[in-house]
Design a protein around this ligand. Structure first.
Ligand code: GDP
Ligand code: IMO
Ligand code: MG
Length: 431
């Protein structure tokens, strides 16, 4: 009974996880989000229409799928209600959505606190999405958070009053106006009513599905180097988007997981502050940003761009036990004359190929590159690896060689159909 597949980001997010989930969900019964909140933005392009999911699992575009928001997710009910309504407006049915009663709720005071905390960090700011994610997880661990089960119960008024009184003291101490209880309760009761029918015990539901041999896809948000434990702390998010998050955030133990797919782009990007060894801050970075349309799905911020970094990719392979990779945007790097691939770092004159998330280490590392021929031409219609030009094949082969991990999926364009799936690439390569 190993029917759970996991899709994780390997770098700093926005690798095209949504597109891979969309592909995999064709054969799945359940699509499950297990961490993060609406800091995520997962895009799927269907014909000429773009869908951007922040909270709902991207798999929901498959009409037959059951979409689950696990206990590890933090939920902004205003955003979630908006996403549900948007899908309904598109004529899609949303009655197969299940929200964990244990997922924590984001309220306006979390969003206000996110802004205040960022402002106070001054030049050390993290560059958060200001969606209240960090403060909501803080309340969870401080054990004062309001969970979906509480939110839809009769206790909600009392819990909100208690929390808001406390938060207002902090907000006022920072010199800002307190938030109004009556306004929040009035607005949020409407969301509670709208979401009530979706709330349930998703953990027993997941295990019933596992017992019945259902196919489950777990959709990671964010990525390995944004992980609160394994990422470039403090320039990280406040959850575990790595493999352990599946167990703590969806209640699924590792024995049920068959495949762990790590998604990367054929180059790299990062939004927000923090180290980025292969970043190109000049013309090359601008060119990658333009060619890849690298502007944030959630905040619209221009993404910092650079080359693919296999030192950090190997770290993600190791930490998550990745069984295969998805490399998106091969078409984008294929528009450059030359492509660089970082295979090692130079740290204080020494060549190193072991990643460390230590900030001092990362600040002092320079990338060591191998260079590849670009100019792949139009690869968007290639359906198999063999149809790709030899220069593109060479680039992918080198990624496999250095990471010792098969590249099972290759993105050749933003569209749903622009993907090469290699069915022979199911097993991990053995050195
Ligand atoms: P996610 O957060 O990991 O789901 O990724 P985002 O949706 O934030 O960002 C990925 C962007 O790349 C989106 O605009 C996708 O439509 C686009 N995309 C995904 N795969 C490919 C690809 O293979 N080629 C191109 N050109 N665009 C892609
Ligand atoms: P997806 O799922 C890219 C980044 C923010 C910031 C840091 C902390 O689309 O890949 P937060 O609001 O979480 O406290 O911000 O994490 N970040 C992301 N960057 N893609 C994401 O999600 C991200 N989610 C958070 O930019 O640097
Ligand atoms: Mg994104």
């Amino acid at each position: 009974m190993k029917n759970v597949k996991v899709v994780l980001g390997v770098f700093y997010g926005d690798e095209g996880k949504g597109k891979i989930i969309d592909y995999l969900s064709k054969d799945a019964d359940y699509a499950v989000r297990f961490s993060g909140g609406n800091n995520a933005g997962h895009t799927i392009k269907v014909n000429d229409e773009k869908f951007a999911f922040h909270l709902l699992p991207s798999g929901i575009l498959n009409e037959n799928i059951n979409a689950v928001l696990g206990n590890g997710v933090v939920i902004d009910p205003k955003v979630l209600t908006g996403e549900i309504n948007e899908l309904k407006n598109h004529g899609l049915k949303v009655n197969n959505l299940y929200i964990s009663d244990k997922a924590h709720v984001i309220f306006p005071y979390h969003i206000v606190m996110d802004g205040i905390l960022e402002e106070n960090r001054g030049s050390n700011k993290i560059g958060t999405t200001k969606r209240g994610i960090g403060p909501a997880y803080c309340d969870k661990y401080e054990r004062t958070g309001i969970r979906m089960g509480d939110f839809i119960s009769d206790n909600f008024d009392e819990l909100l009053k208690r929390n808001l009184d406390n938060k207002n003291k902090i907000i006022e101490a920072y010199g800002y106006d307190p938030l109004n209880y009556d306004e929040i309760i009035e607005e949020y009761k409407v969301y509670a009513d709208a979401l009530r029918s979706y709330v349930c015990d998703t953990i027993s539901m997941m295990h019933e599905a596992i017992k019945n041999d259902k196919n489950i896809i777990c959709e990671g948000a964010q990525a390995t180097l944004l992980d609160i434990d394994y990422g470039s702390y403090p320039f990280v998010t406040s959850s575990n988007p790595t493999i352990g998050g599946v167990s703590t955030g969806a209640g699924i133990g590792s024995r049920y997981i068959s495949d762990v797919y790590g998604v990367t782009k054929a180059y790299s990007s990062r939004v927000g502050e923090g180290p980025f060894v292969t970043e190109e801050t000049g013309k090359v970075g601008d060119m990658i940003r333009d060619l890849g349309h690298e502007y944030g799905t959630t905040t619209g911020r221009p993404r910092r761009c650079g080359w693919l970094d296999l030192v950090s990719l190997n770290y993600a392979v190791m930490l998550n036990g990745l069984t295969a990779l998805a490399v998106n945007h091969l078409d984008t790097v294929g528009k450059m004359d030359k492509i660089k691939l970082c295979t090692a770092y130079k740290y204080k004159g020494m060549i190193v190929d072991n990643f460390s998330s230590n900030l001092e280490f990362l600040k002092n590392c320079e990338p060591v590159y191998e260079e590849f021929e670009g100019n792949f031409g139009d690869i968007s219609n290639c359906q198999s690896f063999g149809e790709l030009p030899l220069s593109a094949q060479k680039y992918i082969n080198r990624i496999e060689e250095i990471t010792n991990t098969p590249v099972k999926f290759i993105g050749t364009g933003a569209g749903r159909e622009n993907i090469i799936v290699r069915d022979d690439k199911t097993l991990r390569l053995v050195k």
